[in-house]
Ligand binder design. Structure first.
Ligand code: COA
Length: 261
C-alpha cells in the first residue's frame, strides 16, 4: 500500500482496513485528489486477501464529507466533469467493490458525502451528524448517484423533498428514513463501528461478496431475474471450501474458520 497519499490515509488492523478522507480543514470535501487516490487504494484493497471489510470515514470531529470540492467546480468543463464521474470516481468504484464497506459518519454528510455514504453497504453515524443533498443551492443536481440511490433507499416522497429543497436532516430523521443503519453517541461511534466490522469480517468472504451482489440486484433487476441470479450465486457457494467448513463446523458444534476459498 503506497504511503505517499496526500488526501487520504489507509490503515489496516487485522482484517479491517480503514480509509480516511484526510482534508479536515476543508471538511473532507471530495476533490479530484481524493477520487484519484481513493480509486487507487480501493484497487489494492480489493485484491488484498488479508482485508475482509472496509470502513470509510472523514478526518476530524466535524464532518464525514461536506460534499464535492466546490472550488474545483469553478473551472471544470462539462466534458471533464462527465469523464470524472463516469470512470474515475469513488462512487463508481465503490459500487462494484467486492467486500463489505461501512461508512462511519461523524458530522456533516452532504452532497457528494452523502452519495459516497450511499455507495457504501452500511452507514453508521453519530447523533451529531447532518445529512443533505444541497446541490440545488449551487444551481446543479446530484451527480454521484444521489437521485438514484437516495430514492431507492428512502423512497421518492422523501428523496424529492431533500433534493428539491437541499435541506438538512438530523441523525434521528436519517435513521427514521432508513438512510442509516444505526446512530451512536460520538464517543461510541468508532468502537461500535469496529464491532460491526469485526462481526462481518468473521463471515465467509466469498459468501459476503455474493450476498452484496445479490442484494444490489434487488433494485437493479426485475424479480424473476433477481431470483434466478440469487440461485446461481447460492449454487456457486457450493463450490467453495468455506461452504464445506461452515457446514462441517455447524455439525461438529464449533466455530467455523473461513479462508475465503
Ligand atoms: N467544498 C470546498 N470547500 C468546502 C466545502 C466544499 N463542499 N465545504 C466546506 N468547505 C471548506 C470551507 O470553504 C472552509 O474553508 P476555508 O476555511 O478555507 O474558508 C472550510 O471548509 C470550513 O467550512 P466552513 O464553511 O467555514 O464551516 P461552517 O461550520 O461554517 O459550515 C457547512 C459548514 C458544511 C454548513 C458549510 O461548509 C457548507 O455549506 N459547505 C458546503 C456544503 C455543500 O454545499 N456541499 C455540496 C457540494 S455539491
Amino acid at each position: 500500500m503506497p504511503e505517499n497519499y496526500e488526501n487520504i490515509l489507509v490503515e489496516k488492523t487485522s482484517a479491517i482496513a480503514v480509509l480516511t478522507i484526510n482534508r479536515a480543514d476543508k471538511l473532507n470535501a471530495l476533490n479530484s485528489g481524493v477520487h484519484r487516490e481513493g480509486v487507487a487504494a480501493l484497487a489494492e484493497l480489493a485484491v488484498d486477501e488479508t482485508v475482509r471489510v472496509l470502513v470509510i470515514k472523514g478526518a476530524g470531529e466535524k464532518a464525514f464529507v461536506a460534499g464535492a470540492d466546490i472550488s474545483e467546480f469553478a473551472a471544470a468543463t462539462a466534458a471533464e466533469q462527465r469523464d470524472v464521474m463516469l470512470s474515475r470516481s469513488l462512487f463508481t468504484v465503490l459500487d462494484s467493490f467486492p467486500k463489505p464497506v461501512i461508512a462511519m459518519i461523524n458530522g456533516f454528510c452532504l452532497g457528494g458525502g452523502n452519495e459516497l455514504a450511499m455507495a457504501c453497504d452500511l452507514r453508521i453515524c453519530s447523533d451529531k451528524s447532518r445529512f443533505a443533498q444541497p446541490e440545488i443551492n449551487l444551481g446543479i443536481i446530484c451527480g454521484g448517484g444521489g437521485t438514484q440511490r437516495l430514492t431507492r433507499l428512502i423512497g421518492e416522497t422523501r428523496a424529492m423533498q431533500l433534493i428539491l429543497t437541499g435541506e438538512m436532516i438530523d441523525a434521528a430523521t436519517a435513521l427514521d428514513y432508513g438512510l442509516v443503519n444505526a446512530v451512536h453517541a460520538p464517543e461510541e461511534l468508532e468502537a461500535r463501528t469496529m464491532e460491526l466490522a469485526n462481526k462481518i469480517a468473521e463471515k465467509a468472504p466469498i459468501a459476503l461478496r455474493y450476498s452484496k451482489e445479490a442484494v444490489k440486484l434487488a433494485s437493479r433487476s426485475n424479480l424473476d431475474e433477481g431470483l434466478r441470479r440469487e440461485i446461481d450465486l447460492f449454487a456457486l457457494c457450493f463450490a467453495t471450501e468455506d461452504k464445506r467448513e461452515g457446514v462441517a463446523a455447524f455439525l461438529e458444534k464449533r466455530k467455523p474458520e473461513f479462508k475465503g476459498r
